[in-house]
Design a binder for this molecule. Structure first.
Ligand SMILES: Cc1cc2nc3c(=O)[nH]c(=O)nc-3n(C[C@H](O)[C@H](O)[C@H](O)COP(=O)(O)OP(=O)(O)OC[C@H]3O[C@@H](n4cnc5c(N)ncnc54)[C@H](O)[C@@H]3O)c2cc1C
Length: 384
């Protein structure tokens, strides 16, 4: 059963994306994970095929589709790898939507259009070495100098950061004030080729190794006047808007990944024999698989409800926080149960399950941790 209103057009799109993924992505995943890197050609190919701007208007270089087209894209990626879904969604659901929402025509031409056709790679810059969940405490700052800005500071854990051409970045442009800690933050498009911008370190992670995660250092980077994105001082509100789309995107590819993990565990349980029977015949395992399927179905229904709201332009903070929270927990539970179902085979390095086991762990941390989602929800309930 599915609540999603996928049309024949979406089905055709799904088939085209699935063919590209099967031909050019899946066969390379193990190698990319070993290398801790993949070629920038993946962005170029996805852009060339029109997959990076599916739900962006044609006037901004996109394909003019609805949000369900983007859901199809994220699901097809999430099925095969959380890492590749993450890097491409940083391009499509994180670094570029603010360019469309807050950008000038000139910024759209200079940055958004080339990003949607895969010529430029984007990243989103929020987290810093000293602050992650507490976004209002960022210290990276930009000071006006004539009509330019001088940028100083650091950004931490930035996906695509080692290869990005631009970073959609939140920066402090006025000192923090006790009465309004969310004020004084602005959003910028930071050109990574400018003098003073440096990738200090590519951080090595336990999972999602193919996705680069960088520590960035900026010293007296002179930003041209049209680097400011949106309204000076409104950056906190702007990044909170961005985070809704980010959280929904990761929820969509997360649940698709959970389904793929369940399929793998189910096939294994049917094929693997112990004590003269397929292990799936043991009630302990069959009930476990049933529970996994049931929880996936419930979380997917919540996510599709959020997608429907998003598609209709409804800003659903509460529902999106619930989706992000529940999918992070779901993925980790499902993948852990899948490892248990597969025994030693689930732990073999390089296998689909073991790769996704490590990859899925980030879902409970990135884009606002479980605890942060619970804080958002507690506030909507008038507590916390
Ligand atoms: C692989 C990876 C990729 C990432 N990509 C990006 C990226 O592209 N761009 C970007 O800007 N960031 C990125 N991040 C950073 C990510 O968003 C942060 O790690 C996340 O927001 C948490 O921040 P932190 O790691 O500083 O943890 P902290 O904020 O220091 O939190 C540590 C722990 O304390 C808990 N905590 C904090 N505040 C509260 C509270 N009020 N109540 C209860 N518990 C609380 C947290 O939930 C967490 O469990 C990435 C992180 C990872 C691991």
């Amino acid at each position: 059963m599915s609540l999603a209103p996928f049309t024949q057009e979406h089905d055709l799109l799904r088939q085209t994306i699935a063919e590209w993924v099967a031909a050019e992505v899946t066969p390379n995943l193990a190698q990319w994970e070993d290398d801790g890197w993949f070629s920038n050609d993946v962005f170029r190919r996805a852009g060339e095929l029109g997959f990076l701007g599916l739900a962006f208007p044609e006037s901004a270089g996109g394909q003019g589709g609805d949000y369900w087209s983007q859901v199809v894209f994220l699901e097809e990626l999430g099925k095969v790898s959380q890492a590749i879904a993450m890097v491409l969604s940083v391009q499509t659901d994180m670094s570029t939507p603010p360019l469309l929402k807050f950008g000038t025509e000139r910024q759209i031409d200079r940055w958004l259009k080339p990003a949607l056709n895969g010529e430029l790679i984007g990243a989103i810059g929020i987290t810093e070495p000293d602050t992650g969940s507490d976004v209002a405490s960022i210290r990276t700052n930009a000071v006006r100098d004539g009509d330019e800005w001088i940028l100083n500071g650091q950004k931490m854990y930035i996906t695509n950061g080692a290869r990005a051409d631009f970073i959609t970045m939140v920066v402090r442009t006025a000192p923090i004030e006790e009465a309004d800690p969310w004020g004084g933050i602005s959003m910028f498009i930071v050109d990574t080729s400018l003098d003073g911008f440096e990738v200090s370190q590519k951080l090595e992670k336990s999972g999602m190794k193919m996705s680069d995660t960088a520590l960035l250092f900026m010293e007296d980077v002179r930003l041209p006047p049209d680097s400011l994105l949106g309204v000076e001082g409104e950056g906190f509100k702007q990044i909170m808007w961005e985070l809704q789309g980010e959280r929904l995107g990761v929820s969509v590819f997360g649940v698709a990944g959970a389904k793929a993990v369940l399929d793998e565990a189910l096939s294994y349980a049917c094929e693997r024999h112990a004590f003269g029977r397929p292990i799936g015949d043991f009630q302990a395992l069959s009930h476990r698989l049933v529970d996994m399927a049931t929880e996936i179905e419930a979380v997917e229904a919540l996510i599709y409800e959020c997608c429907d709201l998003w598609n209709r332009g409804i800003y659903a903070t509460e529902e999106v926080a619930m989706a992000k929270l529940s999918v992070g927990e779901l993925c980790n539970k499902v993948v852990d149960e899948a490892v248990q179902t597969m025994g030693g085979a689930g732990l073999v390095e390089g296998s689909f399950i073991s790769r996704e086991w490590l990859g899925m762990r980030i879902g409970r941390i990135g884009g606002g941790s479980d605890e942060v989602q619970r804080q958002i929800l507690a506030k909507t309930m008038g507590i916390g």
